[in-house]
Design a protein around this ligand. Structure first.
Ligand code: AHM
Ligand code: MG
Length: 325
């Protein structure tokens, strides 16, 4: 039985030149994941006992969970001075963690959606964190720059997600397959529970917010109509929390779609900290992730919070979709 910590040590030993810096980034994310998991599990109690465990009859305002998650991940990564920059869905601009002249060996940057699926917070449904790790490309003698964050997904060093579901799961890849670790909350340890996750070759699930159907591109409408015409071959599952929808489809086989629509002409999902990391994981699990006409990880990013249409899942289902696009 491997813990995440043991797994990291074993992985590091395979790379004798490794400085251990990457493992420290994962350690920082692991710590924040435990703190957020604990908080998410107590979310339903907050109105009853209050944030400090004191009866909260006045219903005084509580810090929003997504802001809490943002501060927790940023805090964990910043305190240890192991990354030089962070970009978060919850912050308009990237954060320069510290001047790299103070700590020149610090070369990693992290892009993160600290708590995805926030519409699920109030209704006790699964949430997730998504992260993406790169090496900076600007000179290490100066501050991080925008270009460090606007790298193509193919340049990712690692990517992962944390699923706060019936249990808390930490899933990540460094480009050598995908492994998942389940938290034992009693002792605060993640154990390797899902080694080498691989998408089944065939899938029967598709996940999409079909309420937007009227303004989807015609190609997507045709694709969906024809899936329904194949009577009872497919089933729809949509939680509206991307990490949960993707995780289920990775284990059971399926296709996730967020096409453009009138309300979100570029789709809703963010390229840098939602689509790219999920694309890296899905590809490493032998699936595929595309936008309308391009592999997600080959898109040249233009802005930090850019949105793109997003489709990912089993190779077979993505191939069928491509034949419509
Ligand atoms: P968020 O970053 O504001 O939480 O939104 C992202 C979420 C994804 O988790 C989910 O797949 C999608 O939004 C659902 O969108 P919709 O409600 O339009 O179906
Ligand atoms: Mg999000």
């Amino acid at each position: 039985m491997h813990t995440l910590g043991e797994f990291l040590i074993a992985s590091q030993q395979k790379h004798p030149a490794s400085t251990g810096e990457f493992s420290k980034v994962i350690h920082a994310l692991r710590l924040a994941a435990k703190v957020v998991s604990h908080k998410v599990n107590k979310a339903g109690l907050i109105d009853i006992i209050g944030a400090n465990g004191v009866t909260n009859a006045q219903g005084e305002s509580q810090q929003k969970l997504d802001v809490y998650a943002h501060e927790t991940f940023i805090g964990s990564l910043t305190n240890r001075k192991i990354v030089c920059g962070i970009a978060s869905e919850e912050a308009d601009d990237f954060i320069e963690v510290h001047n790299s002249t103070e700590n020149p060996e610090s070369k990693y940057i992290v892009l993160i959606d600290p708590l995805d699926g926030s519409s699920n917070i109030d209704v006790n449904v699964s949430l997730g964190t998504i992260f993406s790790i790169y090496k900076r490309i600007s000179p290490s003698t100066g501050p991080v720059t925008q270009e460090d964050f606007l790298q193509k997904g193919t340049e990712q060093v690692a990517a992962g997600y944390i699923l706060y579901g019936t249990s808390t799961l930490f899933v990540y890849t460094t480009g050598n397959g995908v492994n998942g670790f389940t938290l034992n909350p009693a002792i605060g340890t993640f154990y390797l529970s899902h080694p080498d996750i691989t998408l089944p070759p065939k899938g029967h699930i598709y996940s999409i917010n079909e309420a937007n159907f009227a303004t989807f591109p015609e190609s997507i409408k045709d694709f969906l109509k024809n899936r329904k015409a194949e009577d009872q071959k497919y089933t729809t599952r949509y939680i509206g929390s991307m990490v949960s929808d993707i995780h289920r489809n990775m284990l059971k086989g399926g296709l996730y779609l967020y096409p453009p629509n009138q309300k979100s002409p570029q789709g809703k999902l963010r390229l840098l900290y939602e689509c790219n990391p999920i694309a890296f994981i899905v590809e490493q699990a032998e699936g595929e992730a595309i936008s309308m006409d391009q592999r997600i990880m080959e898109i040249d990013p233009i802005t930090l919070h850019q949105r793109v249409p997003f489709f990912c899942g089993n190779k077979e289902m993505v191939a069928t979709l491509k034949s419509y696009l």
